[in-house]
Design a protein around this ligand. Structure first.
Ligand SMILES: C[S@@+](CC[C@H](N)C(=O)[O-])C[C@H]1O[C@@H](n2cnc3c(N)ncnc32)[C@H](O)[C@@H]1O
Length: 217
């Protein structure tokens, strides 16, 4: 199954085999279906709050998957997710929703599954600097991070974990390569965004601008 550059890069970041992979906010389940082929030993769980999406996905999976594939579907609010079997490994993927929602989901998943080791693979839309701060405050550390451009938009992909002690920076660190014109264009876009925010939210803009400008020194 072919994926968009955003989802393909997200899938390629997964660096180990997990017992359980959770495609959360899965919509039509394109990412999770591709991961079923790439990680046949994992159980792939599809979660979305829209009943018609989940019913349709269940029918598609029932027809298209051979019996060796292991999958489950759930129509539920992601804020209420309880992960089964705390001794097994879990990767929770949340992509294609706003940074504010992702912060809320991650906070609730950690609250509902106390003490559990969880890796997260996140692809937020917007509010990335703020989200990174929230995730760091929740005690999550970074495994890997990447910038990807897809249909003229830039995305930051965050592979983070409750068990990584590598600090997650608010601006990103290892993902930047300023010899690439794409990364130059992306940082320009970020700086412009915070410059235009200076009137309305001066403190937030000043702190973000100063942090991003440090990257260029
Ligand atoms: C734009 S789609 C993202 C699809 C895919 N993950 C991607 O990155 O392309 C967002 C999905 O999030 C789901 N969603 C939003 N809030 C949710 C919640 N609280 N619990 C579960 N699913 C939610 C919506 O129903 C929708 O299908």
């Amino acid at each position: 199954m072919s994926l968009s550059p955003r989802l393909e890069t997200l899938a390629s970041l997964i660096e180990k085999e997990y017992d359980h992979i959770w495609d959360c906010c899965c919509d039509h389940g394109i990412l999770g279906r591709s991961l079923m082929d790439r990680h046949p030993s994992s159980v792939v769980h599809f979660v979305d709050q829209v009943d018609s999406i989940i019913r349709q996905l269940q029918e598609t999976l029932a027809v298209s998957c051979d019996l060796s594939k292991r999958w489950r579907v759930y129509c539920m609010d992601l804020n209420e997710l309880i992960l089964p079997n705390s001794k097994e490994s879990h990767l929770v993927i949340i992509a294609g929703v706003g940074g504010d929602l992702i912060a809320q989901f991650v906070e609730n998943i950690l609250k509902n599954n106390p003490g559990q080791r969880i890796d997260f693979l996140l692809c937020p839309i917007r509010q990335i600097y703020w989200l990174r701060g929230c995730l760091s405050d929740l005690g999550l550390g970074v495994i890997d991070e990447k910038i990807v451009s897809d249909k003229g938009l830039f995305y930051e992909l965050l592979y983070i974990s409750t068990s990584s002690d590598r600090p997650l920076s608010k601006t990103g660190d290892r993902m930047w390569n300023f010899t690439l014109t794409e990364h130059q264009a992306y940082i320009e876009q970020i700086l412009k965004h915070y410059q235009s925010m200076r009137k309305g939210r001066p403190e937030e803009a000043a702190s973000a601008l100063s942090d991003y400008q440090q990257l260029l020194k």
